[in-house]
Design a protein. Structure first.
Length: 305
């Protein structure tokens, strides 16, 4: 029996929600997800960061997010299988996995408008923590000067044209209809407003290069919900990537030392989701082992400043 429900709001998808919906739907439709959680003792890391930031200005502080990105990069160097893209044809049961040298991290960030934008932090395998900090700050600065509809439409159009070259004619036609007609039409700049926007130097705004697909996605969920006391149990892997990592919030916890003595400390839950077509648990183990080594010897991060 149909219910008579009162609609208080009916909002059509904008370009950002269209892209997110399409990518995540493809993720869950095509990828057999497996996820593991890792809850290291981050007490020592927390103390080392306090030491590093003791005399630092707000602009030069190394945030927990930056430190974790650098730690994750070390984990990926020890376990390059996670930094890869997969191609798989289910009909023919044929596939291959391409392990990638460059570590380009897709990282969601919240803009001053409240919008969520995933940026591509290129070449993170070459960067110190200070360089990572500056790269993130620069992305945020340029993002706040950018029209998100314009940037995302550029990426969407590029993906559509790539699909057309690959023979995905039906997909191309459907996307054009969905984005250019009716109430669901994507609104982009035109005329004087468009000319003024594109007169902004690319050094001061985001381009499609900044939000194109990375080699792996790292989401700092704890920065969105700082008082969260739980653990992320699963997150989507964005194809063709084979892995996604979620960083939780820093939490108070009880630990026992080697002698069984209890002490109060900090734990930092991590979630590692991987594509089971490309990886088994044994393939992920070197990554966890490397992170475990770093958390047990946090003074080493001072070498990465």
């Amino acid at each position: 029996m149909k219910q008579n429900l009162t609609t208080v709001k009916n909002e059509h998808f904008g370009i950002a929600r269209k892209i997110v919906s399409n990518m995540t739907a493809e993720s869950w439709e095509t990828i057999p997800h497996t996820a593991v959680t890792f809850e290291p003792d981050a007490t020592g890391l927390y103390q080392v960061l306090k030491e590093i930031n003791a005399d630092a200005s707000p602009e030069t502080k190394i945030s927990l997010n930056t430190a974790m990105l650098r730690i994750i990069v070390e984990g990926l160097k020890a376990c390059p299988a996670l930094n890869a893209h997969i191609e798989f044809n289910r009909s023919l049961v044929r596939g291959n996995v391409k392990t990638i040298e460059e570590i380009n991290i897709s990282m969601p960030m919240v803009l001053k408008t409240g919008e969520m934008m995933t940026v591509n932090l290129h070449d993170m395998h070459k960067k110190s923590m200070s360089q990572m900090r500056d790269k993130i700050a620069d992305c945020a600065r340029r993002a706040n000067n950018s029209d998100m509809n314009e940037v995302m439409f550029e990426v969407s159009l590029d993906n559509t044209l790539t699909g057309l070259k690959q023979g995905k004619i039906k997909q191309t036609i459907c996307r054009l209809i969905g984005s250019k007609t009716g109430k669901h039409k994507v609104k982009t700049l035109s005329g004087k407003a468009k000319k003024e926007y594109y007169s902004i130097p690319e050094t001061d705004r985001l381009t499609k290069h900044d939000i194109e697909q990375g080699t792996i996605t790292v989401s700092n969920l704890g920065s969105v919900c700082r008082n969260w006391s739980g653990v992320c149990t699963l997150l989507e892997i964005i194809p063709p990537q084979v892995c996604a990592i979620g960083i939780g919030s820093l939490q108070n916890a009880a630990f026992a030392d080697d002698n069984g003595n209890l002490y109060a400390g900090k734990k930092l839950p991590l979630t590692i989701a991987f594509d089971h077509r490309a990886l088994d648990m044994g393939d992920v183990t070197p990554f966890i082992d490397k992170l475990d080594e770093i958390f047990k010897n946090p003074q080493m991060i001072k070498e990465w400043l």
